[in-house]
Design a protein around this ligand. Structure first.
Ligand code: GLC
Length: 649
């Protein structure tokens, strides 16, 4: 948009700096012109009170230009291509895997050797969990970064990463890396300077001489890690000051009310964009703005900062997109795509933490009432925005669906949540699950759940008891959950090890730095001899791997599985079934009905439930995963236990 004030300010800024010219820069200036009105308004809103406002805005523009100057030709070409094909990430062809590079392959150099495995499964998007330099011990699995531009020696070198990126680009694979935007390690150079009393860097954080401000903040702030890191402030012995540490005591929260912090972060984001990373996962975005009297989560300014990061990235590297890691209430998550717009204006992708938690609810209850209710309540997404659908990841499972949905599903919120924690931690007679309670808050009674997918699905117990029917149910549960993340709409993100049924691993208990954090029980170091069993017929690994591989292959062929806000729930009279319809105008398999049975017995539903929606008009149905023709008997569709059908008519 053209507006005089911002436009003349941009002219001033550009005349102050030596402006690169030439054909190569044409795209930069067009994008800067297109986005500058928004950049200026957001910057003004956040920092307009400061006397150095104009100077800071000038610095921001110069970072955008400097990083554009560094952007390789092939990445600039990719930007143009993606601008043209702007829905590129919403196609059904993408299937992701999240992994720790050390746990998966040892290091980045070895990651290249493992690409054939990933490709064999059909995965073409890798999220490599944090790889930046961090302290040897206190690092929260890499989320306490000491140097944002250096690879941690345990993962290898920048050259290893560059070679990996080149290899991935060769086979049309996307790379996602983290940018830990909310905090740094207390060993980061900024924190080290702050500890030495340098005011400029103390202003990068929240540091207070006494408990007055911390007490005021803490009065309304929930605790993220109540067991290991209670409270949200830590006394720093070097300065005698209280530092805001929302997560662990060694993770110092960055203060975005200081524009210097924002500008540093833009520079870091563009540094990684210029390395050739396709997608940046912005960590803990709900926490970006702190305000006394609020929970310091999901504040409006946190959204403004994300919009600013997006607008800036679009100027220099528009082919790069963002994932919002905001594991918050359903009504809040959706806002991280951006509001007041048609297209996503913050992050194009967000973790579908609601769907993930609802799936676990359906597994425990064998019923789909809450799942259906919760999905029904999910607000419509913006255009050019998509979910990251997952079953497990490196974090715990938070039971983040709303109390309202639980009540409407006929349960009491407190006792239902307690039941789920009991169920998954094996404190419930009928449960085979082997999880652990995480983040137990004695004051509020809240708890989350850790554990590997296979162990939570009952595979560990079943294998120990050599109970074949229970093994079968566990395998079917794992496949069912993968089936739903493949078909729901969005990018499915498989967690490494899950496609071969990797169980809990308690070796973290031997490590003094990890023993207090049971999320490490599901962050395995893969045993490649065990993975090789995926090729041996009849093994658990082969049974799982072959089915998940097939799901991925078929997903890619179904045009209706592209995520274009093209899903309609179908409410069925059977409480064990969950169904939805996916559709597009054209393409192969443009209308598909997904019907999932979470019960351990077959379940039926009359066909009229579908026919009244104009579906299943003919007599024969094709199940796309198995290729079978299904002829319903007596007008009843029967779904086998723990199975989801992909039905094309
Ligand atoms: C994110 C990460 C989690 C980490 C936290 C603090 O939620 O996924 O692993 O502990 O941020 O950085």
């Amino acid at each position: 948009m053209y507006e005089q004030i911002s436009h003349s300010l941009l002219n001033d800024i550009l005349t102050q700096y030596k402006q690169p010219q030439g054909e190569d820069w044409q795209h930069f200036y067009t994008r800067l012109g297109a986005n500058f009105y928004a950049i200026h308004s957001l910057f003004q809103h956040l920092y307009g009170q400061r006397p150095d406002f104009k100077e800071q805005l000038g610095k921001l523009v110069s970072v955008l230009a400097q990083q554009y100057a560094q952007r390789a030709q092939h990445l600039r070409a990719k930007d143009l291509e993606r601008e043209k094909n702007h829905d590129w990430f919403m196609q059904q062809k993408w299937v992701g895997m999240a992994l720790y590079c050390q746990g998966f392959a040892g290091d980045l150099a070895n990651m290249r050797e493992k690409l054939p495995y990933v490709q064999d499964l059909g995965v073409n998007l890798l999220h490599i969990l944090p790889i930046c330099d961090c302290p040897a011990e206190q690092n929260d699995g890499g989320y306490a970064v000491r140097d944002f531009r250096k690879i941690d020696a345990r993962n290898g070198t920048m050259q290893d990463l560059e070679q990996l990126i080149a290899a991935m680009q060769q086979c049309d694979m996307l790379l996602t890396l983290d940018v830990v935007v909310n905090h740094t390690s207390d060993e980061h150079a900024w924190a080290m300077q702050a500890k030495q009393g340098v005011q400029q860097y103390q202003d990068y954080y929240f540091m207070y001489p006494d408990r007055t401000m911390p007490d005021m903040f803490e009065a309304a702030m929930p605790e993220v890690f109540p067991e290991n890191a209670p409270g949200s402030f830590t006394l720093n012995p070097e300065t005698g000051k209280w530092v805001m540490t929302v997560f662990n005591h060694y993770q110092w929260d960055l203060n975005y009310s200081n524009p210097a912090v924002l500008i540093e972060m833009v520079d870091i984001i563009l540094f990684w964009a210029n390395k050739g990373v396709d997608i940046l996962r912005l960590d803990a975005v709900a926490f970006l703005w702190k305000k006394i009297g609020s929970t310091c989560q999901n504040e409006r300014e946190a959204h403004l900062i994300l919009q600013l990061l997006k607008d800036c990235c679009q100027v220099t590297a528009p082919g790069v997109i963002f994932i919002a890691e905001a594991i918050v209430a359903p009504i809040e998550i959706i806002k991280y795509f951006g509001e007041d717009a048609i297209n996503a204006k913050e992050c194009e992708i967000a973790y579908n933490a609601t769907f993930m938690a609802l799936l676990w609810d359906a597994v425990a209850t064998k019923q789909t009432v809450l799942l259906t209710k919760g999905v029904e309540d999910l607000p419509e997404k913006l255009d050019r925005a998509t979910w990251l659908n997952y079953v497990r990841c490196h974090d715990d499972i938070g039971l983040g669906f709303s109390d309202k949905a639980i009540i409407e599903a006929g349960f009491d919120p407190v006792s239902h949540r307690r039941f789920l924690v009991d169920y998954y931690t094996g404190h419930y007679a009928e449960s085979n699950a082997r999880g652990f309670a995480f983040g137990v808050n004695k004051k509020t009674g809240d708890a989350r759940i850790s554990g590997a997918l296979a162990s939570l699905a009952g595979l560990e117990t079943a294998l120990e008891n050599q109970d074949e029917p229970a093994i079968e149910n566990a395998i079917m549960t794992i496949v069912l959950l993968h089936n739903l993340i493949m078909s729901f709409g969005g990018i499915p993100l498989i967690y490494y090890g899950d496609s071969v049924g990797t169980l809990n691993n308690d070796s973290y208990l031997q490590d003094e730095n990890k023993m207090h954090d049971n999320r490490w029980v599901h962050r395995p170091t893969l045993d490649w001899d065990v993975l090789a069993l995926r090729n041996q017929p009849g093994t658990v690994q082969q049974r799982l791997f072959s089915q998940i591989k097939q799901l991925i292959a078929i997903r890619k062929e179904i045009s209706a599985f592209a995520d274009l806000n093209n899903r309609e729930l179908i409410s069925l009279e059977n409480p064990h079934l969950f169904a939805f319809h996916r559709f597009v105008q054209t393409g192969m398999h443009s209308k598909v009905v997904v019907v999932a049975n979470f019960d351990t017995s077959p379940q039926s539903v009359p066909l009229h439930s579908f026919r009244q929606k104009g579906l299943f008009k003919g007599s024969a149905l094709t199940e796309l995963y198995s290729g079978q023709q299904i002829t319903p008997e007596s007008d009843l569709l029967t779904i086998p236990k723990l199975t989801a059908y992909w039905l094309s008519t």
